[in-house]
Design a protein around this ligand. Sequence first.
Ligand code: ADP
Ligand code: MG
Length: 682
Amino acid sequence: MARLTDPITILKGVGPSRAKQFAQLNIYTLGDLICHFPRGYEDRTRLVTIGDLQVDVPACFRAVVMNTPRTHHIRKGLDLTRVQVADHTGRLNLTFFNQKFATDQLQYGAEYIFYGTLTGDYAGYGMTSPVFERPDAPAVLTRRILPKYPLTAGLSNAVLLRTLRQALAICDPPAEIIPEAVRRQYGILPAERAYQAIHEPASMQEAELAKRRLVFEEFFVFSAGLALLRSAREEKRISPYEHTDLTRFYGALPFRLTGAQSRAIAEICEDVASGKPMNRLVQGDVGSGKTMVAAAAAFLAAENHRQAALMAPTEILAEQHYRSLSNLFAPLGVRVALLTGSMREKEKRQTRELISQGMVDLVVGTHALLTDTTVFSDLGMVIADEQHRFGVAQRSALSAKGCDPHVLVMSATPIPRTLALIMYGDLDVSILDELPPGRQKVDTFLVGESYRARINAFIRKQVNEGHQCFVVCPAVEENEELSLRSAEVWAQTLGQSVFPDLRVMLLHGQMKGSEKDEIMGAFAAGQGDILVATTVIEVGVDVPNATLMVIEDADRFGLSQLHQLRGRVGRGSAKSYCILTTRNANPDTVARLKALCKTNDGFRIAEEDLRLRGPGDFFGSRQSGLPAFRVADLSCDLQTLKDAQAASAQWIDTFGTSDTPEAIALRQRITQLFQRSEGTIN
Ligand code: ADP
Ligand code: MG
């Protein structure tokens, strides 16, 4: 017997070049192969006589070859083979294109099973390129339900199927992880049967059942993992923060907190005083003032002589937090330091030195914070901003640097409840559902190319009034294939031809961190009129004087992302605008973008986005920190998700510690899942 971890090269017919093709599909081991699930099935079980074949309805039939196949060379690259077959009910002419090699195997007088679709009309019936095999050969292409796999260049469905069959024959599928009682309660197939049936179902019903089992399994592993994390946390005891008086902090604020901010901060105070590690998510629309909530948490840590770390997803954002928080905290005696990947080595070393000696109370930084060389003297509070880019694994990596520190994560992407269940199942949630007073709705318009002159005039008007504009493009460089507007070229066009008298700046993600910071800093300081950028400005950047956001080829972005981008304006007192341009007239696209013009409610936009695009695209690729579900589809498998969650909650006490084979296998799978999700986060 082979093992799931054995490389696929132990299989017959899988040499180095095949292995390379499989690698394109992320298949390296027998386990990967067995977990490469079909995206659908073709039901080829119906066997009829030639007389019963119906036009346009694919079916199998058994027939004898009535002549030797004849191949005609029609022109370069086009060979045509004809052959006649018959059964007791009639005859049928078959035509094949460029399949001389295959049709040479059809022997005059021999019997085959064919699968194909009858075509024709009163002038005569026929069939083009049916597949066939001998009746005594194993049913591979006919008389069965044929799974259809995700493929890659050079790797056909037939090859995949053949290889998979070999793997299933010599290797046990992944071990059972769902206790029998749960399987019985929810009508779930056993693992062994499900893994077999998903690839070789005896009926379409069985395929359905197998899929349901695998979806359940994925959700079960994930929610069991979150449940374990949660219960482990709840059992932990740490010394509670004694000082939770925030009067000094409130006194230093330049404004009064909103009701929602105060509520969230009160919840945090309760958490840190409880003697258990906090694990809280603060969710609030762009501009709802999450930074102040984070500041309050950092202040609490400092008051209790613990260090706090604030992680931002980009250097620009880290810089900005650093600036505003050092200003806020200077009079309060809270020492703030910045640590980002692009700082000079010497600077980094010095900062790390201060951190490890406990001379810094709050460290603001990017992922560099996560690297091994940063040692905290007493890390008691970990804060992650724009949380959806940090998955469970990264959260726990940073937590591991402290002694069970409190964890606060902040997300500006309003997340539909269903997704929140998955992503934040291990967190308590505070919601900032109130914007600071005086905020205005950003007026949003959707326009086509014919409005170009008017857009330009509007940009000029804003600048003449002393304001600044963002112009966001979907690509960095000119991209012929998609012909998207590129930031580089567009910045040049605007700067040289359209607005030669204005100060046009360029910002994109391929620039070095320090360069980005410099440009963003200069723009925020009013040294530019127009900033042409890619979505690097999506997250958090604050330029209150910017009143206009133009988004080119807006159809290329998700609604939630557009909403985030739009949140970059309307942060000051002046009326602000967002113009979405599109060259795409598809009615669905237009309807989608119009939805954004109608509402400013991030939660409603998120629900709409999820409905329209599905969760895979919801956060943009690779950014979600969501585990990659192989079979499950969050937009349609909700009931199964709920079942799996209920089951894992009910069984937590058993599988957490038990020695049954299922419990052991489940704990292994959980570990693997959380390790893997680390790799999918940028
Ligand atoms: P978020 O991170 O939630 O998008 P920020 O924390 O960046 O929002 O806050 C957006 C802006 O609102 C900042 O300029 C901040 O100083 C300001 N702000 C935050 N809270 C308040 C408040 N209670 N009253 C007035 N302005 C506030
Ligand atoms: Mg923010």
